[in-house]
Design a protein around this ligand. Structure first.
Ligand code: SDX
Length: 428
């Protein structure tokens, strides 16, 4: 007999089907709850206990620190695959054959020339504009330049929209950086690999020959693979929700960029470095900041710590921490924030406040230190996260559309005024 979930309400028993996932996670299907109970709904701010969809893309085990994409462990993928190979896996479900990869890469390269008129939009921004705001706007503008991708129906159209945004997004990100940096904008060079191209567009100046640093390239490839997908996080859920109205892939990704920008989400990698620098500037008193983070009356949080799912460790943080020393020493970089970060982690993890709440370093805690060693400016850290997360957003949007998911529209519990009569201004 298949399992059921039941609850009693006002003397009546209601039963709901239970579904077991391939990793033995359990869900109670409450699709019929409101209809069978005469209007009862569940309440779950932040959706901490609520599944929004079934997905085959990424599996996380927060207790065991497991992250797999389509069944492959993140530890293997970062070591053995390229960024685009992992992107293909996440989007299409299988690691590509040589031929499939060659076609995928070639189709992306067909789309790396961005319409020159995009620069008119860039010109409208002040140089001080945060690159994430610029990137979100430029991504949304792709729909204006490619109206044919507004509402894709066929798999072929979807594939073309996917290779279009994979081709253009890194260019737009690099242009956002060039604008912020006051430097000329570079065009893609299709003789380079995907990540190498992105680095070249960010760093090449017309007055010098550009040469890729292999240490930087390897570190960046590993970092961005680690960021590719993370099941139903805030920005991915945003992409799914916006896409559920059949808004275009580009408009949905633009919304995802905006959601990622927040300091509680992808913006944390910038906030971590700013926090570490504040601690150094304040004299390096780690205990003072740990106490601030524990003080309920102090809005200060330990940025880069804590996670909605990981309650033991974030496997990505372990990989990044492991690489940080090697990358910095290979580049001959010493960064005082790394020492402070390690000390902060050590003190926090021995403090009952963090242990009780299962707060550990997350993906953002060490990533900024590597980005900085690679010469990425702090305002671009979250843009790097967005470039890394793009394949995941695409894959989740595609899965949502291919599964014909209904438009997302949560209910609410109304707590406002009950019906009252209008008062004329003379009576107020
Ligand atoms: C990402 O979801 C994903 O997968 C996201 C991500 C991805 O790949 O997409 O992994 C990327 O966004 C990583 C998270 C980056 N954000 C930060 O580092 C910001 C700092 N972290 C927190 O704001 C917080 O931990 C969250 C947002 C990450 C998670 O918040 P939750 O799950 O809603 O937990 P909560 O806010 O309810 O906190 C539970 C308790 C509270 O204390 P009590 O009220 O129980 O006493 O833990 C405390 C919180 O005050 N707490 C912290 C803390 N994080 C949680 N206290 C101090 N410092 C912190 N960082």
């Amino acid at each position: 007999m298949s399992e059921i979930g039941a609850f009693e309400f006002q003397g009546k028993r209601y039963e709901f089907p239970v579904e077991i996932g391939t990793e033995n996670e359990i869900s109670i299907d409450i699709k019929k709850l409101r209809g069978t109970t005469g209007g009862v709904i569940t309440m779950d701010p932040g959706f901490k206990n609520t599944g929004s969809c079934k997905s085959e893309i990424t599996f996380l085990d927060g207790e065991k620190g497991i992250l797999r994409h389509r069944g492959y462990a993140i530890e293997d993928l970062t070591k053995k695959a390229s960024f685009l190979e992992v992107a293909y896996l996440i989007i299409f479900g299988e690691l590509p054959t040589k031929e499939q990869f060659a076609k995928f890469e070639a189709d992306i390269k067909k789309n790396t020339l961005v319409n020159e008129e995009m620069k008119n939009i860039l010109d409208g921004f002040p140089r001080s504009a945060h690159p994430m705001g610029v990137l979100s706007s430029l991504t949304s503008a792709l729909t204006a330049f490619h109206p044919e991708y507004t509402d894709v129906q066929s798999e072929e159209d979807m594939y073309n929209a996917i290779t279009k945004i994979l081709g253009e997004f890194p260019v737009l990100a690099a242009w956002a950086h060039s604008k912020n940096d006051g430097k000329p904008m570079n065009y893609a060079d299709n003789s380079l690999g995907y990540i190498e191209n992105m680095l070249m567009m960010m760093y090449k100046v017309p007055t010098e020959k550009y040469k890729t640093n292999p240490v930087v390239l390897k570190a960046m490839e590993e970092l961005l693979i680690l960021h590719q997908d993370h099941e139903q996080n805030c920005s991915t859920s945003t992409v799914r929700l916006v896409g559920s109205s059949h808004a275009s892939l580009f408009a949905s990704i633009s919304a995802g960029v905006s959601a990622l920008w927040g300091p509680l989400h992808g913006g944390a990698n910038q906030a971590v470095i700013e926090m570490l620098e504040e601690i150094i500037a304040d004299g390096g008193d780690v205990d003072k900041f740990i106490n601030k983070a524990k003080d309920k009356n102090d809005p200060f949080r330990l940025m880069g710590f804590g996670h909605r799912v990981y309650k033991n460790f974030d496997p990505r943080a372990l990989i990044i921490k492991g690489s940080a020393d090697a990358v910095l020493s290979n580049l001959g970089v010493t960064d005082p924030t790394l020492k402070v970060a390690k000390h902060l982690e050590e003190v926090a993890l021995s403090d009952p406040y963090f242990a009780e709440r299962k707060l550990f370093p997350n993906v953002d805690f060490y990533s900024g230190i590597i980005y900085r060693a690679l010469g990425i400016p702090v305002e671009m850290f979250t843009v790097m996260f967005a470039i890394g997360r793009l394949p995941g957003w695409i894959a989740q949007w595609k899965e949502m559309r291919m599964n014909n998911e209904p438009i997302g529209r949560p209910r609410q519990l109304y707590m406002g005024e009950i019906k009252r009569d209008f008062k004329n201004v003379s009576e107020r």
